[in-house]
Design a protein around this ligand. Structure first.
Ligand code: LMR
Length: 394
């Protein structure tokens, strides 16, 4: 049987991790996978998470299953964090999932169960795994223009024109904040126009929010998602705790299905639990437990927010420094967008040959589409990157 299997294409982001590991140069720079790193290159365990873990080690009395939807307290805490008071809790069906990717996968499956004919409109570009999971499930992905390669800003006119092709029952996948891979985001006026179009055409928004707190702040980064849930009748939201709680390997995420029709809520909740059961039965608990403890304890929460804010400010500082340095070395303003972008990533608009040259000649690793992880830099490597980009012809 196994001889029938075909080679699968390598994931472009994960491939870079391996290539970087195998590079013996001591001055190599990793700007690939979206994992936060401090100035010394480490991915720290956040203080509040460590404290919660220590407490939980003492308090935990059983490893028996939780529930198919995970611990309801996790759902409550996360609905509060992401949606604030934009909707009431009884309008939200929610299940814990293994990471944000688990939530994305379950959302796609729910869409397929509810409407097998639904197409999903995705930004061009989007996180490559969105497309890969859709292909795996046999869901039709329809790209909409999003990024202007020349200005490295959002091509909003192109986006709205392409979204004009939606049909009732289609889904539009949007990044709640900190667009991955570009770093270019819609402003609130643009979000409002997208909301109006979606409502006028009867399409379902699906929001992937994986970097809340990495852009303009916890509430600011959730503002668009909150506007969508308060104005659209039905919304799917895949939230990740990997980045903002730094618990990547604990696989902690939440899928929310918001409906203004409370009658359907119980059925939706049942379908989400059913999907969990079919795919992995009970979702993992450890990371979800830590997140719940941090969010529900005033002291831990304040400390977590303070540390997250330091992380955010650190990345903003690196953005400013890189934009300034690129301006100095290139003698032009063409990289000014780096300071305007938000989140962990910026797509620099470099040709694939230049990305290749940076890796081969300078030991600088970025995704082939010229996406860089800002957190992979520090104040000493910023000038090295700027010089290398310009000398490589970028
Ligand atoms: C990324 O985009 O680098 C992250 O979301 C990690 C991943 O799984 O691709």
């Amino acid at each position: 049987m196994f001889e029938q299997l075909k080679e699968q294409p390598a994931d472009k982001i994960l491939m870079l991790i391996q290539m970087y590991r195998e590079d013996n140069r001591t001055n190599k720079i990793d700007l690939g996978v979206g994992v936060y790193k401090d100035a010394t290159g480490l991915t720290p365990i956040m203080r509040a998470v460590k404290e919660a873990e220590q407490r939980w080690w003492g308090e935990e009395t059983t490893k028996a299953y939780t529930g198919l939807a995970g611990d309801p307290a996790f759902g409550d805490a996360m609905v509060g964090l992401v949606l604030g008071d934009a909707v009431s809790r009884d309008q939200v069906a929610a299940v814990a999932t293994p990471g944000g990717t688990g939530a994305v996968r379950q959302a796609f499956e729910l869409i397929q169960m509810a409407n097998p004919a639904a197409r999903i409109f995705v930004s061009n570009p989007t996180w490559p795994n969105h497309l890969s999971i859709m292909k795996h499930l046999g869901i039709e992905a329809v790209p909409y223009r999003y990024f202007d390669e020349t200005t490295c800003a959002v091509d909003f006119a192109g986006m709205m024109e392409d979204l004009g092709d939606v049909k009732a029952g289609d889904v539009v996948l949007l990044h709640g904040c900190c667009h991955n891979p570009t770093g270019a985001n819609l402003n609130m006026t643009e979000w409002q126009a997208v909301i109006e179009l979606m409502n006028a055409r009867g399409v379902i928004p699906m929001i992937d929010i994986a970097y809340q707190g990495f852009g303009d702040g916890l509430n600011e980064d959730a503002a668009a998602t909150r506007a969508v849930v308060s104005e659209c009748p039905e919304v799917l939201i895949a939230a990740s705790c990997s980045k903002n709680f730094g618990i990547y390997r604990e696989r902690t995420g939440l899928l929310m299905a918001v409906s203004h029709d409370k009658a359907g809520h119980k059925v939706t909740q049942g379908n989400l639990a059913y999907l969990n059961r079919q795919n992995y039965s009970f979702p993992p608990d450890h990371g979800a437990r830590l997140v719940t403890m941090v969010l529900n304890d005033a002291e831990l929460r304040a400390d977590w927010q303070a540390e997250l804010e330091d992380v955010r400010q650190g990345m903003l500082g690196l953005r400013e420094q890189l934009a300034t340095e690129l301006q100095r070395v290139s003698g032009s303003d063409r990289f000014g967008f780096v300071a305007q972008h938000r989140g962990m990533f910026s797509r620099l608009g470099l040709a694939p040959e230049i990305v290749e040259k940076l890796r081969v000649e300078h030991g600088i690793y970025m995704v082939g589409d010229s996406r860089i992880n800002i957190a992979g830099l520090n104040s000493e490597t910023v000038p090295i990157l700027a010089n290398a980009i310009v000398s490589a012809g970028g």
